[in-house]
Design a protein around this ligand. Structure first.
Ligand SMILES: [Fe+2]
Length: 636
């Protein structure tokens, strides 16, 4: 997310003084006691597979499987790891198996691109090494042909220190998901001093590497180990394939702790190459080719897929005729990383977040997807893309909620492309930005800016009829009273796409901002302050069809050929095992239907489902699959 100082300056600029049975399924194998972990190392499960299993980047015929061998190996000899994939949770119907060496140079991580799988199929898998077996994981390949329904979870900004991550445990319980999309800030470099919910060591000793910014590659890697010592995150990876892009905290090179430490004042402690290297080692992500084409580096022989250039993360997962899923990178080109991106696709002097190769890739890919009549284009996107600022014509200072406020030229170029004002004149409908970064809940039309779309006219603002996850968060957030449309007037025709940003998995939003302004404020007062802030933002940005900035959790995107439905699921981040609360449901339509009742439907607009007369009951998938066997974690 944007640096905390920016958010606080933003408030000031507004003058807001507000307010398991450890499934060490080891059977009769050698005892775990014969293995030893590095001293005081974060562990979630028995050695050596102490950080569980994970899968990701599924295609129709393959998926990445991940694990790590954790133990002390004085000789640093490679460790032979075998893997097996089956059609059933008991691993009786094996369809693929192989072996790979875990080595120190890759931080003992194992990544296999398992090939030859069937499309739209659930598989279970397990690793074995050193006489031990891992927990059993579940994954699912992408469809190659038509399916009735796809369901994706969406989350971002998952700070271990800020939340008990109940939401991760809850989404692990779902058996109808196709993919978990993480929009970045998967790990954090440092804890926020205003939201210290938990620490591994149970104290605030900032000399400890698990409670402060990392100093070197070893501590960077260890940060991932801390995250994967959490039972809820272990479960969420165990049960679903993930698709992850990074954001600023994942790849931050500099020392920037908010807690006082002996290392304050240090500048660069790690390199960009090290932060991105650790990402590829510890996430179940498939690297792409170094040529900037966004095409995957496909490894068919079971060996470790080594990135040609660790700094490239933008890529594409086809999900059949119903959806294409893209991951973009609008982080690595920011000035702090020291790269100079080619801005040749923009007018001279216009700054770029994408860089020319990526901009050309995403526009080419979106156009190809649209021309192939794929219904939905889902873009895994770090920072709020739709306007969340003050209109330039107002003369007021910028708010700086999203980095896109500083890149209006490139946002305009992408909106022009989607609108069909680009060189080929083809409009691209059905684009859904799923976003993170701002730690607030947002459902928005995507317009270039109010200055460019002056006739954009949604209805008046009303409070959300639903409550949040805590009693204080009554009528959580704001929606518009009507769609503003009639059967012969599309009042929001300037919208070229929709955006769905389901807050953060813990890192603080306006609640934390208000608290920062005055530590004495009660939580109820923090919520009241957040309501003021939300209404101010939504008033300035009528493209925001829903905004709520207190609750935290994850989202569900439920796709059919007719509509995309979005759910905001929240949990009390301060309470372990907090249940899911459904905070808002929104919908966007694949086709215009001016005669639909009770409300006309227009493409590229997002509305609360209540405005379309739809039932406000949680959705579920049209299929379910057997979960991977449960485990009892032993975090330490
Ligand atoms: Fe963040």
């Amino acid at each position: 997310m944007a640096p905390p100082l920016d958010r606080r300056h933003f408030l000031k600029s507004l003058g807001i003084g507000i307010a398991a049975v450890s499934l060490n399924a080891c059977g009769d194998a050698a005892s775990e006691d014969t293995l030893t972990a590095p001293a005081d190392f974060p562990l979630g499960l028995p050695l050596p597979f102490a950080h569980g299993v994970a899968s990701g980047d599924p295609l129709a015929d393959r998926v990445i499987l991940w694990t790590r061998v954790t133990h002390v190996d004085p000789s640093e000899s490679p460790v032979r790891v075998t893997w097996e994939v089956a059609r059933d949770p008991d691993l009786q119907q094996i369809v693929a198996r192989g072996a790979q060496d875990a080595i120190a140079a890759r931080d003992w991580t194992v990544k296999v691109d398992v090939v030859g799988l069937e499309p739209a199929t659930t598989y279970h898998y397990r690793f074995s090494a050193l006489g031990q077996t891992s927990i059993i994981g579940r994954t699912r390949t992408a469809p190659a042909s038509a399916v009735d329904n796809l369901r994706f979870a969406v989350l971002s900004c998952s700070s271990y220190w800020s939340s008990y991550w109940s939401g991760l445990g809850n989404l692990a319980q779902r058996n109808d998901l196709d993919l978990v999309i993480h929009c970045g800030d998967y790990i954090y470099d440092y804890p926020d001093e205003d939201e210290l919910v938990r620490a591994r060591n149970g104290d605030d000793d900032t000399a400890l590497p698990d409670y402060r910014d990392w100093l070197d590659l070893a501590e960077l890697r260890r940060r991932y180990a801390l995250w994967r010592s959490d039972p809820n995150l272990l479960s969420a990876h165990q049960q679903h394939p993930w698709f992850i892009v990074w954001d600023n905290h994942d790849i931050d090179e500099d020392y920037g702790n908010e807690l006082a430490t002996p290392y304050d004042g240090q500048k660069s402690m790690t390199t960009l190459e090290q932060t991105t290297q650790a990402f590829w080692e510890w996430t179940p992500s498939r690297p792409v080719r170094a040529d900037g084409s966004g095409k995957f580096l496909l490894v068919d022989d079971g060996s470790y897929p080594v990135p040609e250039d660790t700094r490239l993360v933008y890529r594409h997962l086809p999900y059949g005729p119903l959806a294409d899923v893209f991951g973009v990178d609008t982080q690595i080109g920011l000035p702090g990383h020291g790269l100079t991106l080619d801005a040749g696709h923009l007018p001279t002097g216009t700054p770029t977040l994408y860089g020319r190769p990526q901009f050309e890739w995403i526009t080419r890919s979106l156009r190809t997807s649209h021309q192939a009549e794929v219904t939905w284009r889902v873009v895994n996107n770090q920072a709020w893309f739709s306007p969340a600022d003050v209109p330039a014509s107002s003369g007021l200072p910028k708010l700086g909620i999203s980095r896109w406020a500083d890149y209006p030229g490139e946002r305009a170029a992408l909106c022009e492309f989607l609108r069909g004002d680009g060189p080929d004149g083809v409009a691209v409908d059905g684009t859904i930005f799923v976003s993170g970064d701002a730690h607030g809940n947002l459902g928005s039309d995507v317009i270039e800016s109010l200055d460019v779309v002056p006739d954009y006219e949604p209805g008046a603002l009303l409070r959300n009829p639903r409550n949040g996850s805590t009693p204080e968060n009554e009528r959580a957030g704001w929606i518009h009273a009507t769609t503003g449309n009639t059967s012969d007037w599309n009042s929001r025709a300037g919208s070229v796409a929709v955006e769905f940003a389901p807050s953060s998995m813990g890192r603080g939003g306006a609640d934390e901002l208000v608290k920062h302004s005055n530590q004495a404020w009660s939580f109820a007062a923090q919520v009241a302050g957040a309501r003021t802030l939300e209404s101010l933002l939504a008033g300035l940005n009528p493209n925001m069809q829903f905004i709520e900035w207190v609750d935290h959790g994850y989202g569900i995107v439920d796709l059919t050929a007719e509509r995309a439905l979005f759910e905001f699921w929240w949990q009390d981040k301060l309470t372990p095992d907090s249940p899911d609360v459904l905070g808002m449901q929104m919908v966007t339509w694949a086709r215009d239907d001016r005669m639909a009742l009770p409300t006309p439907r227009y493409r590229n607009q997002i509305d609360p489902v209540s405005l379309h007369g739809m039932a406000t009951e949680e959705t579920s998938g049209t299929r379910t699959s057997s979960p991977a066997p449960a485990f009892v974690a032993t975090p330490r």
